[in-house]
Design a protein around this ligand. Structure first.
Ligand SMILES: C[S@@+](CC[C@H](N)C(=O)[O-])C[C@H]1O[C@@H](n2cnc3c(N)ncnc32)[C@H](O)[C@@H]1O
Length: 278
């Protein structure tokens, strides 16, 4: 009779969503991150978060693999990192197996950075660096970052991530924006032929978020990035689901700049991010 091998707790919980052949290897990390419980269970909230982070990791993998072929060790930055789930999983699934590359986590909440740093030390991870700072004030050691990711960085922190990416001349910038209030607020006092589009607060919020992301895409295009905008995962996993993935392929793009200028003229609002166009 065939022997029944009981799998250690945890593997069953993640086997169907884990992208590598060896989910068992990562169970300890997922428990340490409290994504899996001590008993190896995955609750609905953690499952949603894990799916988003894994999906983003997989979407970034081709760009990361391309960066790995360059002469310099790639440097990644996870901005508004929270508990650094994205950083730890990028390390676990991509940088660790490649044996090359560094990851910098930037998070304004010092206690989260201290906990992540302690966890990295416990796990013997040496190629992750943790900076307790606002994104606006953070600078990566050496001043070079190849890839910037900002997953649900609140409101205008996503714009700070764009500024950080431009300041460090990042080759890839991946943004999954969170809530946005700035443009909705600017629209409130904006009259003009289109004002019916933002008369009601809920529509103003939605339209404000949409306009913000359109402007972010055009700003990146004007700086020479090729921009793709897609869904990150199904809406059942998160309502904040728009991925703006930008890869630099030229120094600047005058046509995108004039499209941006035209849009700003038509809508009549000027979010602070336009300072990077000066
Ligand atoms: C919604 S959480 C997302 C965390 C993480 N990226 C994730 O997806 O699990 C947003 C995080 O961004 C941090 N944050 C917000 N504004 C920031 C800023 N200007 N600079 C650095 N961190 C910021 C918050 O403290 C919070 O931990």
């Amino acid at each position: 009779m065939a022997k029944h091998h009981k799998k250690p707790p945890g593997i069953e919980a993640i086997a169907d969503i884990w992208p590598s052949q060896q989910p068992g290897k990562s169970v300890a990390l997922l428990k340490a991150l409290h994504i899996l419980t001590r008993e190896g269970a995955l609750n609905a909230d953690s499952r949603r978060k894990l799916k988003q982070v894994l999906h983003l990791t997989q979407l970034l993998r081709p760009s990361l693999e391309a960066l790995q072929t360059g002469p310099d060790e790639p440097v990644l930055a996870d901005l508004g990192a929270g508990k650094s789930y994205l950083g730890f999983l990028l390390h676990e699934l991509v940088l660790g197996p490649a044996g090359r590359g560094r990851l910098v986590s930037v998070e304004v909440r010092t206690e989260l950075i201290e906990a992540s740093r302690a966890l990295a030390t416990d796990l013997g991870i040496e190629r992750m660096e943790f900076i307790a700072s606002s994104i606006a004030e953070a600078t990566a050691a050496g001043g070079r970052v190849d890839m910037v990711a900002a997953l649900h960085a609140c409101d205008t922190a996503t714009d700070d991530a764009i500024r950080f990416g431009l300041r460090h001349e990042a080759k890839v910038i991946a943004l999954v924006p969170c809530c946005q209030a700035e443009v909705a607020q600017l629209l409130k006092s904006q009259e003009g032929p289109l004002h019916q589009l933002w008369r009601h607060p809920i529509q103003r919020r939605e339209l404000g978020a949409h306009i913000t992301n359109v402007i972010r895409g055009l700003v990146l295009e004007a700086h020479g990035y090729k921009v793709r905008v897609t869904e990150l995962t199904g809406l059942e996993h998160s309502l904040k689901n728009e991925l703006i993935l930008a890869e630099r392929h030229q120094r600047s793009n005058a046509q995108a700049k004039s499209e941006l200028d035209r849009l700003i003229d038509q809508i009549g609002v000027r979010p602070a991010l336009l300072d990077v166009m000066a």
